[in-house]
Design a protein around this ligand. Structure first.
Ligand SMILES: NC(=O)c1ccc[n+]([C@@H]2O[C@H](COP(=O)([O-])OP(=O)(O)OC[C@H]3O[C@@H](n4cnc5c(N)ncnc54)[C@H](OP(=O)(O)O)[C@@H]3O)[C@@H](O)[C@H]2O)c1
Ligand SMILES: *[C@@H]1O[C@H](CO)[C@@H](O)[C@H](O)[C@H]1NC(C)=O
Length: 364
């Protein structure tokens, strides 16, 4: 969240944490190492060396991700992307095309003449193939496989990459969200990813290629009011982890992208969509929920959601670069975290500290 200003309590907490860390590193670490050296029967002089080694390992850990790991040639490689009508998908189709990939751009609204598909088609490049794809439809996914096979120069060499990008977002406290809204979101975000991946794996395996799945930081940590979305993205993470493990023997590499807040860059959540959803949530909630939670609380939630529309990173290049790395690096990572510092720190605290402590820091 851009412009995050900690409260007085938050600031005090930050100071306390830094003090604790200093004490831990300054006193705790040498003490602990001396104790360990004694236990192992090593000389006390080995302790300073161990400190230097640990520090070196940490510096390497920070520096290594930025080191070049070599890239595969992209010429003649084909990549399919879902959800190319707007946002990351649309920008990625153009970006991958610009750096030399041949792109299969699946658009939800191609048959309806949507703006995104029209613009991609107007590039009139034989490396930009736009086609109709609704990831919730078995029939359209099967047609997509045929379309791709027909347009690959050599189907025996397979398809290099699939980027499962199509997604929808939404909000609503658990007691307000209908079971149908859970199902609808999972249909696109989770089952869409599973459906498309399964359909294209035979082609991907032939190319010893890549699967890149768009999850979210909300696929690894929860926030209130986002359970429908979190469930669908936690599911994408689980699916990707299993797939990565099963694909080692085929030489296929699987990466998950966990973007932070890029709402302002993509328009996945517009004020209009939030208002429509808010109306529906309130109307569908039971009387007892409406009474117990109250309109004031509900309105505050809606205002908070709206505040996200203009917050976050406005430039998508972090995400585009990470997906490009996942598709073209010789050694892609299993996870990418394109995000601003605030959410990176919060994600690590939420996913590493005991839940009670993490909740106490961020959720009141
Ligand atoms: N923006 C962020 O802050 C953020 C953060 C973390 C993760 N992500 C993830 O990034 C991915 C891309 O989202 P985005 O931010 O670029 O939002 P976006 O602009 O809304 O792009 C998502 C695209 O997927 C399309 N789509 C929706 N349902 C579909 C279906 N059934 N079949 C095929 N396509 C469908 C959407 O079409 P319509 O617009 O017509 O619905 C839209 O063009 C999503 O998986 C999202 O969860 C985004
Ligand atoms: C996508 O497919 C689902 C089910 O097959 C359907 O309910 C939905 O309306 C379709 N979306 C669009 C935009 O065509």
């Amino acid at each position: 969240m851009a412009g995050w200003t900690p409260s007085l309590g938050g600031k005090a907490l930050l100071v306390l944490l830094s003090l604790l860390l200093t004490l831990l590193l300054g006193v705790g670490l040498p003490e602990g190492l001396t104790w360990l050296a004694g236990l192992l029967g090593l000389a006390e002089t080995s302790v300073p060396r161990a400190v230097v080694l640990l520090y070196l390992a940490w510096v390497l850990g920070v520096a290594v991700p930025a080191l070049p790991r070599g890239t595969v040639p992209v010429e003649g490689k084909h990549v399919l992307i879902t959800g190319c009508d707007t946002g990351f998908g649309f920008a990625l189709a153009k970006h991958l095309h610009a750096i030399g990939f041949t792109v299969f751009a699946g658009c939800l609204l191609k048959d309806k003449g949507g703006d995104g598909s029209t613009e991609l088609q107007s590039m009139q490049s034989d490396r930009m193939n736009v086609f109709q794809l609704n990831v919730t439809s078995d029939e359209e996914v099967a047609q997509a496989v045929e379309f791709v096979k027909k347009n690959l120069q050599d189907p025996q060499r397979g398809l290099w990459g699939v980027v499962n990008n199509a997604g929808v977002s939404g909000f609503g406290d658990i007691e307000f969200a209908s079971l149908d809204s859970y199902k609808e979101m999972a249909d696109v975000n989770l089952w869409g990813t599973v459906r498309v991946t399964k359909a294209f794996l035979p082609l991907i395996r032939r190319a010893k290629g890549r699967v890149v799945n768009m999850a979210s930081m909300l696929g690894r940590m929860a926030v209130p009011s986002r359970s429908c979305y979190c469930i669908s993205k936690y599911g994408v993470e689980a699916f990707s982890d299993c797939l990565r493990q099963e694909m080692y023997r085929w030489g296929v590499k699987v990466a998950v992208i966990e973007p932070g807040n890029f709402v302002a860059a993509t328009g996945i959540l517009t004020r209009e969509r939030i208002e429509i959803q808010a109306d529906k949530l309130w109307k569908e909630a039971s009387e007892i929920v409406q009474e117990d939670y109250g309109k004031d609380y509900f309105t505050r939630r809606v205002i908070l959601m709206k505040s996200f529309v203009n917050s976050g990173l406005k430039d998508m290049s972090l995400v585009l670069n990470d997906i490009t790395d996942a598709l073209s690096s010789k050694f892609p990572y299993a996870r990418y975290n394109p995000t601003e510092t605030y959410w990176w720190v919060r994600l690590n605290i939420m996913s590493h500290l005991p839940a009670g402590i993490a909740d106490w820091i961020y959720i009141h």
